[in-house]
Design a protein. Structure first.
Length: 283
């Protein structure tokens, strides 16, 4: 079905150029000179880091350095041995309790990890919808993915303080502490709750900080919002630069693929209106 849609787009005149780093291989000024409109849909891919002692040790990786490699293996594509990350036979810790962390959990199981722990800084959500988030608000409640049902140890209210190595530059221990949260969502460390955990692989899945700014975003001089996403009108998807539009995670922050699909359709209509004065595309 994907190939059918690609064939349709090709027949309609869409030209897809793979292996091109927009803003680097093709400078922003060249894009502005060649095209009447630009729509930026580059995602929200800057990962949140964990600046604690020992972060530089080998074996500590961002989740998005780990997960795409498994996609390549499943598709029988090569993975550079020098940068290969595998959980096989290792004691794995995933820091972050969201969707990306759940993906790391399932992938670690499939690769044959010895043990898998998943730590979340925030407190454990209630099993059912919390009264503080009535419908139609997004419910605050515990969510478990299929990967959680496969195993692993899942813990909340844990703060990672540091890592220590084996003397050869490889991570070997995580040093953490338990947290106590107040009703106004502030936390304090629980005295005497410090702990150590033996680890061989640490995967950082703590969310994202907006789109990559080097290249297109900076070179086009695009205004950012308070969350460091590209600031664009919610109806026209127009940015602060005339003729430049933004949609998807690059505009709204990291989210689900259904939002990317919806915003892509709406942004296409907005660009069509900008270019043609009207549009027959569905909203």
């Amino acid at each position: 079905m994907v190939q059918r849609r690609l064939d349709q787009m090709d027949a309609e005149g869409v030209r897809v150029r793979c292996g091109v780093h927009a803003g680097v291989d093709v400078p922003a000024e060249e894009l502005k000179a060649e095209f009447d409109a630009i729509c930026i849909c580059i995602g929200s891919t800057r990962p949140r880091d964990l600046p604690v002692p020992g972060r530089e040790l080998n074996g500590i990786h961002f989740a998005m350095d780990f997960l795409p490699q498994q996609n390549r293996r499943v598709s029988e594509l090569p993975v550079d041995p020098a940068t290969s990350i595998l959980a096989t036979g290792k004691r794995v810790v995933i820091i972050g309790g969201g969707d990306t962390g759940a993906d790391c959990l399932g992938t670690s199981h499939r690769q044959g990890a010895e043990t898998v722990h998943q730590f979340e800084l925030l407190p454990k959500p209630p099993d059912s919808r919390d009264p503080s988030t009535p419908w139609p608000l997004w419910p605050m409640q515990l969510r478990s993915e299929s990967s959680h049902e496969e195993g692993g140890i899942r813990e909340w209210s844990v703060n990672t303080k540091s890592f220590t190595g084996d003397g050869h530059g490889n991570v070997k221990k995580l040093h953490g502490i338990r947290l106590e949260w107040t009703p106004d969502r502030k936390f304090k460390e629980v005295p005497g709750s410090e702990f150590e955990l033996d680890v061989d692989l640490v995967l950082l899945a703590m969310g994202f900080l907006g789109p990559v700014q080097e290249g297109l975003v900076k070179d086009l001089g695009l205004e950012l919002d308070a969350r460091q996403n590209i600031k664009a009108d919610e109806k026209t998807y127009a940015t602060s630069v005339p003729g430049v539009f933004a949609a998807g995670d690059a505009r709204r922050g990291q989210s689900l693929v259904v939002w990317a699909l919806a915003e892509g359709r709406k942004a296409a209509r907005a660009v069509d209106q900008y270019l043609m004065g009207s549009s027959k595309l569905p909203a």
